[in-house]
Design a protein around this ligand. Structure first.
Ligand code: SPV
Ligand code: MG
Length: 551
């Protein structure tokens, strides 16, 4: 089920659906909810409407049902409830939170949030819950209350928005005649239904009311105290709607108490783990599936791409700096290189990060990464490390060295590439890779701004001058390789072929890339101009500090 934005049911507006419930010839039931998750659960259970109870909303805030929470705080919560549900919500609007003018504003604000109706009670602001000294609470002046109903009806935009008038005469001890007199006045003022409330444990006075009322307008009841009455009794009496008014908040209180006590006593959560909702259920109620689908749709392939980071080497040229930790854990600008890299991936929605570790693997504590270990890091090269992550050589991915620092757009643009295989090449040619590194990229065309968006292919990666047949390099490969579609399979096949060679342990990622090119696989070049560096020497660390300054 989608959760964004406010959900609309195929049976029309929420107001129309509440009106239909009130008019239905069946006895209808709505259940209390007090926040987004409880509202969602009420809908999932199969209820056709929600009672946004003043008591429960106050309770979930931890305050009393005496208008201690402001009406805007309630409306904010209602917005969450409405956003995650398609069934109509009837707000328990207490006294309307003021006079006719406040009522007008309330109705407008509720409609804006797709709340289907409001029930107001004929008491005075600030009210107290009817079950606390109900008989001592003064009732509203009938005319003033009728004016409030009229003001509400006049300000609603949707004809089907419902205003229910709640009669408190029985609660306050004024008797049936007064209850009927008020109900009739409220009906004539425009109320769409009458909620007749009682605090007795038997339904007698409600049934008497219903009989005398004789269906002049839909009757709504709240059998909190006379709950043991079979609902058939209400059906026969012609009641329109039953509100189960506080059972979700009471259920949660009971669960909270039981679980918190048990955890305290056990000093463990093992005893209750099987008795509480699994974490996946929380995700489901939050609509996590919908977000995954949206990510696939709106983020393109970034959301599905994973990263394989090669981080097994010590970085010998850094001497004692890497005595107790691998190069990727060196702090640049106060944060380890690998932490920076992981953050950049997350920013680009690359959620899965596989890091091949080796030297001082235990010192790598970057959160949210998966590790693969190259046990023979001391005697093997990059390709052997990549082979340690063979299980992840699948789908869309980016393979890169762990000692890289780069501006965010470099990764973003590489992820946007649609080619099966893409390498990022810096045409500035002043890259900082240690001299002799086989990273000079020979390409079908040099980087010319006029070539923007034209396809350039990689021909070879090598040390400078190592390939006499190729004239001059077009740039330096920065250590990033992107694969998508068939690309991952090509890499797996290439790895399998190269494994047969005696010198496999010494092979590098450029060897792999060259193998791919030589076997006819197109490797696209994505040119950049600077804005990256890698950390190989003590000088690089200084440069890296400058590079990250202000990031
Ligand atoms: C509520 O749910 O807040 C109500 C119903 O107003 S009752 O608590 O029964 O008054
Ligand atoms: Mg209430």
């Amino acid at each position: 089920m989608a959760t964004q934005p406010s959900r609309v049911h195929q049976d029309g507006s929420k107001c129309r659906r509440l009106r239909a419930l009130l008019a239905s010839p069946r006895l209808e039931f709505i259940l209390e909810a007090h926040n987004g998750i409880s509202a969602r659960i009420v809908e999932e259970a199969g209820f056709r409407g929600i009672w946004a109870s003043g008591l429960a909303l106050s309770a979930q805030f931890g305050v009393r049902d005496n208008n201690e929470a402001s009406w805007t705080q309630l409306v904010d919560m209602l917005e969450f409830m409405s956003d995650v549900t398609t069934i109509p919500i009837l707000l328990d609007g207490d006294t309307g939170y003021g006079n006719f003018n406040n009522m007008r504003r309330l109705v407008r604000k509720l409609e804006q949030r797709h709340i289907a109706g409001v029930c107001i009670e004929d008491k005075q602001f600030p009210k107290t819950n009817s079950f606390i000294d109900g008989e001592r609470q003064p009732l509203a002046d009938i005319d003033e209350f009728c004016g409030k109903i009229k003001a509400g009806k006049d300000s609603q935009q949707d004809d089907d928005f419902c205003i229910i008038a709640r009669v408190e005469a029985l609660i306050a001890g004024w008797g049936l005649t007064e209850a009927l007199r008020r109900a009739e006045a409220y009906r004539l003022a425009g109320a769409d239904g009458i909620l007749i409330h009682s605090k007795l444990s038997r339904p007698d006075e409600i049934l008497e009311f219903a009989e005398e009322w004789a269906g002049r307008a839909p009757v709504v009841i709240v059998p909190t105290k006379y709950y043991s009455t079979p609902v058939d009794v209400f059906r026969k009496a012609g009641i329109s709607m039953v509100i189960w008014a506080n059972h979700m908040i009471r259920a949660s209180i009971a669960a909270f108490e039981r679980v918190s006590r048990r955890i305290l006593e056990d000093q463990s959560v093992s005893g209750i783990e099987d008795q509480i909702a699994p974490i996946e259920r929380v995700f489901t109620l939050q609509g996590a599936d919908e977000l995954s689908r949206a990510q696939a749709r709106y983020l393109g392939n970034h959301g599905k791409t994973h990263a394989i980071v090669l981080a097994a080497s010590r970085g010998n040229a850094l001497h004692e700096l890497t005595e107790t930790r691998p190069k990727v854990m060196l702090k640049i600008g106060g944060r380890p290189l690998l932490d920076r890299l992981a953050e950049e991936f997350r920013r680009q929605s690359v959620g899965r990060i596989i890091v091949v570790v080796g030297y001082r693997a235990e010192a790598i504590n970057t959160s949210g990464i998966e590790k693969r270990v190259n046990e023979s890091f001391a005697t093997t090269g990059e390709l052997a490390s990549l082979a340690c992550a063979e299980d992840a050589l699948d789908g869309d991915m980016v393979i890169l060295y762990g000692d890289l620092l780069f501006r965010g757009y470099i990764l973003r643009d590489l992820l946007d590439s649609e080619a099966e295989l893409t390498v990022t090449v810096d045409s500035a040619l002043q890259g900082s890779r240690k001299s002799g590194a086989p990273d000079f990229a020979y390409c079908t065309r040099p980087d010319e701004r006029s070539l923007f968006r034209e396809t350039v292919r990689l021909l070879h990666i090598a040390e400078l001058g190592a390939t006499p047949k190729l004239q001059s390099p077009s740039g330096r490969w920065i250590g990033m390789l992107r694969a998508r579609g068939e690309g991952a399979r090509w890499i797996r096949d290439a790895l399998a072929a190269l494994r047969q060679r005696n010198d496999f342990a010494r092979l590098t990622i450029p060897d792999l890339i060259n193998f791919l090119v030589d076997s006819g696989k197109p490797v696209q070049v994505h040119y950049i101009h600077g804005h990256w560096l890698d950390v190989n020497s003590l000088d690089d660390i200084d440069r890296a500090g400058d590079f990250t300054h202000g990031q």
